[in-house]
Design a protein around this ligand. Structure first.
Ligand code: NAD
Length: 553
């Protein structure tokens, strides 16, 4: 029986032991598809997060996917092109059940305007990273990454603690909604600005945001009090960041940390220009795209100029992966890239060891399955302080949305070992059902994104998209259950290519074989990608863990 979903009552949360498909692998993928809508931002329009990231091309395509997953045999492969199923073909029982290519547009054509036109004609849809690949787990999906960034900054600038520190950010959408909770978990007083009252209310309802202030004066007073008392808190404020950031700067207030996670990557469907209401913007999305692009970019120029001003006055300022610097530079802010990207500034040493955002979902719908795996992680990795600290914090602080899930930054060998141990628990009947494993596309070998993931790589290989393509082929060769190649849509068109993977730990020997090969090879390629670019951490990892790297010459 599905469980009720208070946020979107028409999209109940899949759960229970009854299969509608011919096996748990197919059923698991079907539940993940249902789950991305149950935790998505606008499920009636199939939109999951990041403004336009969709679960399927349209409702006809969605129905056809559900039918295929329900009816397909284990030795068939469902082929999906930009959110539309185009074939159900006979392969073999060790082949992926689902392969997808979403939103890959040939180089010279990969531009926002071309994407919008193809989308209008119904020929394409953007899958975001995890939306079209049915891997999205709500705001939890990026929360550890955001928390780790804050903690890296705490170590670098503030003696290891953010108690008594003020973080200013914006965006309380699907992913940005992780910020208030990550900031509070890191001990800071965090102010999150969002133009849409419904988004702020949604984050408060689910427990990610503590308070919504009625106006800027009250918000700043609440932050000030928390800072003085060194009390962790999260405050939401409904407003336009392009107005609020410059106003805070004008008042001479210097936050300790400044970032942003509005959907600045998309000037039409994402960012809301200052001076416009949400309804005005919606009205212009179909036939006023040019006007919206100009207005959004002008606002982003003011927004980023304020961020640069904070940086000059001493704030730690970073781009949190939404292309806001790129948009500002195109609008004439020549020094926009003085703001660093979070990957290069804080996380690259982890990625160089293929440590990244791994996650698992309880297909039974039972929270107790996640609790059991939390215990297992603590037992298996007692010396990995990043992970043990995270699991303890996460189980205390993170409310579940949709299918109970957990994210943890694990690396090569660790992911495989955990998944195999979980598969054994499933086989022994110690969990209520199978567990699906996945990871963010923002992972070591899985993404080429020269303004986010691969900015300023040591060898200059930022724009080379061979790695995610190799990753996808390797994952198909390694028997993963679902393999996908995504490229950017909307404002991200032409900016990125990534690969995603999902596996179902169904407790069988076949499941163990798939998990072992796919997860081991995925992180092997991640380490190899960074070794190829010359990172010392990767060579160390190769030596310590015996990864099959070839270095000609
Ligand atoms: P979303 O579309 O669900 O939410 C964006 C939010 O920004 C909305 O709530 C919207 O109301 C708000 N907004 C838009 N313009 C605004 C303005 N001028 N002032 C204040 N608020 C404004 O998107 P999301 O899923 O939260 O993703 C946000 C951005 O983060 C996207 O660009 C996405 O690609 C990026 N992202 C980064 C990472 C990462 O790993 N760092 C991960 C996921 C997403």
């Amino acid at each position: 029986m599905p469980k009720p979903n208070p946020r979107h009552p028409n999209y109940p949360i899949p759960s229970g032991p009854v299969l509608r498909a011919k096996g748990w692998r197919q059923e698991g993928l079907l539940r993940l598809l249902e789950n991305v809508l149950s935790v998505g931002e606008d499920p009636d329009n199939l939109i999951v997060y990041a403004a336009l990231g969709k679960a399927a091309r349209n409702w006809a395509a969605h129905r056809a996917i559900v039918k295929a997953l329900s009816e397909m045999e284990e030795d068939q492969t469902l082929v999906i092109q930009s959110g539309k199923p185009v074939g159900l073909l006979k392969t073999h029982a060790k082949a992926p059940l689902v392969i997808m290519a979403n939103c890959n547009i040939v180089g010279q054509w990969a531009k926002a305007e071309v994407f919008y036109e193809l989308q209008r004609k119904g020929l394409i849809c953007w899958g975001g990273l995890t939306a079209g690949a049915w891997q999205y787990i709500g705001s939890q999906g990026v929360i550890q990454g955001t928390y780790e960034i804050f903690m890296r900054i705490a170590e670098k600038r503030f003696g290891g603690s953010l108690a008594g520190r003020f973080i200013l950010t914006a965006g309380l959408g699907g992913m940005g909604g992780a910020q208030p909770l990550a900031g509070r978990m890191a001990g800071a007083a965090i102010l999150c600005v969002d133009i849409d009252p419904a988004r702020a209310a949604a984050r408060k309802a689910v427990g990610y945001l503590e308070h919504i202030a009625p106006d800027l004066d009250t918000a700043l007073a609440m932050i000030d009090a928390a800072v003085k008392e060194k009390r962790a808190t999260s405050i939401g404020l409904v407003g336009n960041a392009a107005e609020v950031y410059p106003e805070i700067a004008r008042r001479g207030i210097v936050p300790d940390i400044v970032t942003d996670q509005t959907s600045a990557h998309d000037l039409v469907y994402g960012y809301v220009p200052k001076g416009m209401s949400l309804d005005q913007v919606k009205g212009l999305r179909d036939d006023g795209q040019g006007q919206l692009m100009v207005a959004s970019r002008a606002s982003i120029v003011e927004h980023v100029s304020a961020m640069l001003e904070f940086q000059k006055r001493g704030s730690e300022v970073f781009d949190n992966g939404n292309l806001i610097r790129t948009q500002a530079r195109e609008g004439g802010v020549a020094d926009a890239f003085d703001i660093p990207i979070f990957t290069e500034a804080y996380l690259r040493p982890l990625f160089a060891r293929a440590i990244g955002p791994f996650r698992w979902m309880a297909l039974s719908g039972e929270e107790s399955d996640i609790a059991r795996i939390d215990d297992l992680v603590l037992e298996m990795f007692p010396d990995n302080s990043i992970v043990t600290n995270w699991i303890r914090l996460a189980r205390e602080n993170i409310p579940f949305e949709g299918l109970p899930a957990r994210i943890a930054w694990l690396g090569h060998g660790e992911r495989t070992a955990l998944a195999l141990a979980v598969n054994t628990l499933v086989a022994a009947g110690e969990l209520k059902g199978p567990i699906a494993f996945s990871r963010d596309h923002l992972d070591a070998g899985a993404m080429a994104h020269p303004n986010i993931m691969t900015e300023r790589m040591k060898d200059g290989s930022d724009a080379i998209a061979d790695w995610p393509l190799l990753d996808a082929m390797l994952l198909c060769s390694s028997m993963a259950d679902l393999v996908v190649v995504h490229s950017g849509g909307g404002g991200y068109a032409g900016y990125m290519t990534s690969c995603g993977v999902t596996l179902v730990a169904d407790g069988t020997d076949g499941g163990a074989e798939r998990l072992e090969h796919a997860l081991t090879n995925d992180t092997s390629l991640g380490v190899i990608r960074y070794a190829d670019a010359g990172y010392d951490e990767s060579f160390d990892e190769i030596k310590r863990k015996g990864i099959g790297h070839i270095a000609p010459g």
